[in-house]
Design a protein around this ligand. Structure first.
Ligand code: GLN
Length: 281
């Protein structure tokens, strides 16, 4: 089979299975298996594919057809320009979450400590530390927390690979957290249980439900984190959340009631509310 024939096979199979972006996914999987770029493909469309690679590609297509997200097949998702290893124990980092990282960056000063609550793949903490290390001389102490040991193994692997100097704690929210921090950042599960049902199969069937489901009103984790965070923040410390597009008012209110001030809601590139942050006394 040639490269072109194999790619065509992939496209047809994914199209038949009603996979959105079937053409792009068929190409990405070819790129992943054969390790070629677009130019190489265009110059050699009739190059014969090795039998082993053909079998591997067809197996990837078979998995994509049953809606396994592309990133769980290739094992990577780029976030803040860095390659993060992902698997079914962590949420796939979303581009929208980059807004959260970009909002936190200017608040970080030398010698500060940062806690990433519900760290998952570690994408928020690790990209933040990576960025600060590249752009500044600051010494930052970073900690990631997650309830899932499998998620933490993935986060540790990412930290090692991306040379981020941080530590991880397995804990149900703040249960095992013993210190105070200057900054707490979190992208907690925030999808209302009923809405989870309506998500695309890629998300609903394959991404970890504990990373998505925010209980009946989607606010379960905001309520818990807001009420506990004040005991884990140093004076003048800041709390940053990613939120769902319709949760800006509710989360701002929760923070206000808990004594936070300078509360801001920041929009994403689509103009939707995406981040809420505030300071504690
Ligand atoms: N912090 C991770 C992310 O933003 C995981 C979030 C989660 O599991 N809810 O991708």
């Amino acid at each position: 089979m040639t490269l072109q024939e194999l790619l065509q096979y992939g496209k047809n199979q994914l199209q038949e299975a009603d996979i959105l972006e079937s053409e792009i996914d068929a190409w990405y999987l070819l790129e992943y298996i054969i390790n070629i770029d677009r130019a190489h493909y265009l110059l050699n469309p009739n190059k014969k594919v090795e039998e082993e690679q053909r079998i591997h590609y067809m197996d990837c297509i078979r998995r994509r057809k049953i809606h396994i997200p592309l990133q769980y097949i290739t094992g990577v998702q780029e976030f803040m320009g860095l390659p993060f290893h992902v698997n079914e124990s962590v949420l796939i980092p979303r581009q929208d979450t980059e807004i959260l990282v970009e909002t936190v960056i200017p608040y970080v000063k030398d010698d500060m400590s940062v806690l990433d609550m519900c760290t998952g793949s570690g994408c928020i903490l690790i990209s933040l530390l990576h960025h600060l290390k590249e752009k500044t001389d600051m010494k930052i102490q970073g900690t990631g927390v997650d309830i899932s040991n499998d998620a933490l193994m993935t986060a540790k692997r990412n930290a090692e690979k991306l040379k981020a100097d941080c530590q991880f704690i397995q804990s149900d929210l703040f249960d095992k957290v013993g210190e105070k921090y200057d900054i707490i950042v979190s992208n907690p599960p925030y999808i209302p249980t009923k809405v989870v049902e309506e998500l695309m199969p890629e998300v609903k069937k394959f991404e970890p439900m504990i990373a998505l489901d925010g209980d009946e009103d989607g606010l379960f984790f905001y309520k818990k984190i807001v009420s506990q965070s004040q005991y884990y923040l140093r004076g003048q410390g800041s709390l940053f959340f990613e939120i769902g597009h319709d949760q800006g008012d509710a989360v701002s209110m929760l923070m206000e009631q808990a004594g936070y001030f300078q509360i801001r809601v920041i929009k994403d590139l689509a103009g939707l509310d995406r981040v809420v942050c505030g300071k504690i006394e």
